[in-house]
Write a protein that binds this ligand. Sequence first.
Ligand SMILES: Cc1cc2nc3c(=O)[nH]c(=O)nc-3n(C[C@H](O)[C@H](O)[C@H](O)COP(=O)(O)OP(=O)(O)OC[C@H]3O[C@@H](n4cnc5c(N)ncnc54)[C@H](O)[C@@H]3O)c2cc1C
Length: 356
Amino acid sequence: MKGTLVDRGRTFRLPLTPLSLLSTSYFTWKEKKEMIRLILLLPKIAAKVAENENLQSWAEREISSPRVRDYVYCLCRLSTYCSNPELVTARIVLEQLKLSMHGVLYVNGGWQQIVDGLAKRAMQSGATILNQHQVTSINGAYPEITVGVLNDKVITTKHVLSTISPAHTYELLPAKEKEALTVLNQFKPVFGASLDIVFNQLPSPRISFALCIDQSLYFSNHSSGAKLGRHKHQMVVHVYKYLDVNEEYEPVKIKKELEAFLDLLQPGWQKEVITSRFLPRMLVSHALPDNNTKERLNELQVLDRVLPGLYVAGDWLSDKYMLADAALSSAKQAALSIIKDSTRRGGVVYRHSGTL
Ligand SMILES: Cc1cc2nc3c(=O)[nH]c(=O)nc-3n(C[C@H](O)[C@H](O)[C@H](O)COP(=O)(O)OP(=O)(O)OC[C@H]3O[C@@H](n4cnc5c(N)ncnc54)[C@H](O)[C@@H]3O)c2cc1C
């Protein structure tokens, strides 16, 4: 992918491919050599990093050039959405970076296509999907768990798989069980701010992707890789800021930063806007993977004893994978556990006896 790298207001060729790395004027030859060495060694490095080392401590030891280090942080932000190298586990981030080196697929119609396709397959297999039903409580234990839904409806079932955030799952539990599961409140969610714009056309169409080194900013014209707008010529663009998990942000200030980034990349963009929305604090992931992730996940193993029949899945439940990979792997694991439990007890996997 051709792209632009921005550093302190100056633009360079983004060194994402071997060719662009050799031709970019951003790095000196010495820095290019260090970057090439890192890319070549990445598969081995990722596997060798100590389990509890954070990204910053790894990078300060392994990368001598501060500019190469900042660029590696920038690539890690891009592939993990985490903007806290001093907290995030190096091993998991480098594994994710390794995965993203294979390239990215942009889906025509966006993520909704995947969600719709999955929902269709589930319904074809006999699942009932209730949209717009906010769960307000989870009570009881196997073999009779009741799930309260807004509007006083109740579903009774043997097993529940909660895929909402750990903190929200905690909120839904009875007071007694909460005491043993306070670990659910110890996961730190990751947020981002996004300015999404549909353009008639882009003032500088040759710039479709950009990363900023000195600020945690990203620009992408997703329409250059997938069909997203209603009309062929329309461009769906995301300008994004990776948020630090420990900082408070003022939405107005962030919006100005994102607009200034657009001014630099697409001067005169305001004239081409069809519609836009600004999301100052969008949830990206339910947990930043840090050095305590493993410990927290171990602590959570009491769930089976405290609330038999309740399972959890989501992107916060892995010390190996991140984001959607973590959500899917934990969901598969939970589903297999439910099937195993049902088979062991000689029951059916799912019984819907609610009043919905
Ligand atoms: C801009 C952006 C880009 C991303 N790009 C990528 C990417 O390229 N690759 C990647 O792997 N990941 C990406 N991610 C991250 C990915 O979207 C998440 O990791 C993933 O969606 C997490 O899945 P989850 O099932 O754990 O949680 P969620 O997707 O957050 O799902 C939880 C669901 O529970 C619902 N819910 C909450 N409370 C209740 C309640 N009380 N009752 C009923 N329902 C409730 C919520 O509405 C939500 O739909 C991106 C995220 C963002 C924001």
